[in-house]
Every structure is written in C-alpha cells, then in structure tokens.
Ligand binder design. Structure first.
Ligand code: NAD
Length: 326
C-alpha cells in the first residue's frame, strides 16, 4: 500500500498531498472505486453534493471501515456546498443530505463550491442540483441568482464547525480579492482554496497570495484539457493534450516516469495538493506515487511554467446563464 505525504493545514489538521477526485465517477462504479482506492492507499476523497454520487462513495467508505482496512479518522473526506444552498437557512440542509448520503457524522473539509449563489430549489425537486433554478427558468434557458453575500453563507458554515459536523472550511473557485474580503469577516479561517490549476493555467499570483495567508491550495483538473474533452469543450479540443506535450514527454523520459506524474509533481513541488480522478487501478497507483516518483529541477519547473496560457476550461460564465452577466 502506498503511503502519502500530508500537508499541515492552518488549523493543525493533516491533508494528504494526493487524493482522489470524485467528479464524473459514475454512480454504478463509485462504491467499488472508492473501496479499491482505499485499498491502494488513498485517504482523501474529493466529493461534492452536485457530483450526485455521495451515497455510493459512502458505501465504499463503509465497506473499507467495516473490513478494518481503515478507521474513519484515517480518512479525509471532502464535500462542497452547492450554489442553490447559499442562503443561511439552507446551508445545513445541504450538508445534512451530504452526511446522510455518505453515512458519516462529519466531513473533514467543506468548501463553498462556487461563489455563485443561485435560487434555492429543494433537493426533492432536483438531485443532483446542477445549475437549475426551476422549470420556468429552464424553459427560458436562464439561471436565477440569489442575493446572498458570501460572508452570510460562510458564517452559516462556521456554525457547522461549531456543531462538529464539519472539521474545516474551504473556498473553491475564488479569486484573491474575494478571499481577501471574506478573511476580513471570517471567524474561522478557511484552510484550503481549490481551483483549476494545470500547466496551461499556472495561477502563480493566486497561489502566492493563498500561500501568504497560509491557505492550502488544492489543484483540480491538473491534466488540463483532458477532463473537458469528454464534455465537448471546444477550447480543450484546440490545444495540445498536456500528457502528449513535447516538454512534458521529454521530462518524463528523462526521469523514467509517466507524463501524468510529471504534471502532478509540478504541482506538488509548488506545495499544492492534487486530486486527480481515475477509475483505472494502474493510473490510481501511478497518480498516488507521483509525489515520490521524481524531483523536478528548477529548469524543468520553468519549462513547465512556460506552457502557461491563462487558459481556463471551467468558467462559470460559460454555463451559468445569469441574466445581465454578459
Ligand atoms: P483530472 O485532471 O483529474 O483528469 C481526469 C482525466 O484524466 C480522466 O479522464 C482520467 O481518466 C484521466 N487520467 C487520470 N489519471 C491518469 C493517468 N495517470 N494517465 C492518463 N490519464 C489519466 O480532472 P478532473 O476530474 O476535472 O479534476 C480532478 C478532481 O477535481 C475532480 O474529480 C473533482 O473532485 C475536482 N474538481 C473540482 C472542481 C471544483 O469546482 N471545485 C471542478 C472540477 C474538478
């Protein structure tokens, strides 16, 4: 079993440097995948209410715990508050659904998924929630926003920490000025910032800012276009796949590792945590071992940084359809 390094968060908790991303992990295989990943040594599972598979993730976790492979406290379970549930009256409701589905008493880290509050829709009406704000809006191809300041949402999440339902709080898809504003009013400091980050979007200024505030950066979609090809994203089709890029291939060859390990290590060598998603055993192990597989030289790090194009594949303005935002 692989043994992963951890980062110590600003509240003293330990977060594995490599975890498993659970977006697009289909419900029919999620339980087995999570169970198998725990067997291989994964301890962090990055989930979210809107991924629609928390029940199945919970089944995998339960099986591993029941068989004595791990204890609950060995795991670092992550979830995210979806955009329909930003109003303080709905924050706990969303978390309760997550906890019920996972079959757990608490999550280790609870993020605000996007700083994008949209109109409340009960989970009984729409699960997984997605960018849905009611039938009429859907017919008109719009999404209605909700007038809730981020700090109001965050303060409701702080209460979840007080109640022991959540161990720590995080922000996802936030830019620096919004983080700065939130920090002015936060009673409990966020421990982590999860953002899209890969060699085509190196996020140098944001990473420097978060690290200066002792907020752990977690990279998502580290393989860049790969995750978005299957969603038909045109920008993803127009660029060289990172795992086939000459610069990455040459470095991989030199170190006798895979191109995916080069990319993941480029992130972890910057003090960033990674959560690559995979369903294949060989890739799961390969990704988990990436942190130890190689050390990149300064010039290799610079060569990978040189690929930056500030190219973002997951931009809410592309799909949020909020009236008046264009
Ligand atoms: P990713 O960069 O992890 O890429 C996933 C793709 O890479 C899959 O097609 C997989 O088969 C392939 N892959 C994985 N390991 C490989 C390997 N070793 N060799 C070759 N191919 C490999 O993309 P992602 O799933 O978008 O991001 C990872 C996780 O980040 C998600 O599962 C989710 O948990 C999280 N995420 C969060 C947000 C957010 O808004 N906070 C958004 C997107 C993703």
């Amino acid at each position: 079993m692989a043994d992963t390094r951890t980062y110590t968060l600003n509240n003293g908790m330990k977060m594995p440097v490599v975890g498993l991303g659970c977006w697009k992990l289909s419900a029919d295989v999620a339980a087995t995948q999570v169970y198998e990943a725990i067997k291989l040594g994964y301890r962090l599972f990055d989930g979210a209410l809107c991924y629609g598979n928390e029940k199945e993730i919970g089944v995998g976790i339960k099986q591993a715990i029941n068989e004595g492979l791990v204890k609950r406290e060995d795991l670092f379970i992550v979830s995210k508050l979806w955009c329909n549930f930003h109003h303080p009256d709905h924050v706990k409701l969303a978390l309760q659904r997550t906890l019920n589905d996972l079959g757990l008493d608490y999550v280790d880290l609870y993020y605000i998924h996007f700083p994008l509050p949209i109109k409340y829709v009960p989970l009984e009406e729409k699960y997984p929630p997605e960018m849905y704000t009611g039938e009429e809006d859907r017919r008109n191809n719009i999404v209605s926003e909700q007038q809730v300041p981020i700090l109001d949402t965050y303060r409701a999440m702080e209460k979840l920490v007080d109640e022991g339902l959540v161990k720590s709080l995080g922000l996802s898809n936030f830019q620096a000025c919004l983080i700065q504003d939130l920090l002015r009013g936060a009673r409990i400091k966020p421990v982590a910032l999860q953002v899209e980050l890969h060699p085509y979007l190196s996020q140098e200024r944001l990473v420097t800012y978060a690290q200066s505030k002792d907020i752990q950066v977690v990279a998502y979609s580290t393989f860049g276009p790969l995750s978005f090809l299957e969603l038909g994203n045109s920008a993803a089709k127009d660029v060289t796949p990172l795992l086939e890029h000459e610069i990455v291939l040459n470095i991989a060859k030199k170190h006798d590792v895979t191109p995916s390990q080069v990319i993941l290590r480029w992130a972890t060598q910057r003090g960033i945590a990674v959560i690559p998603k995979s369903s294949k055993k060989e890739r799961l192990l390969n990704n988990l071992n990436s942190d130890k597989a190689l050390t990149l030289s300064d010039s290799e790090m610079s060569d990978i940084f040189s690929l930056n194009k500030n190219l973002r594949f997951l931009d809410p303005w592309d799909w949020a359809r909020l009236p008046g935002f264009f």
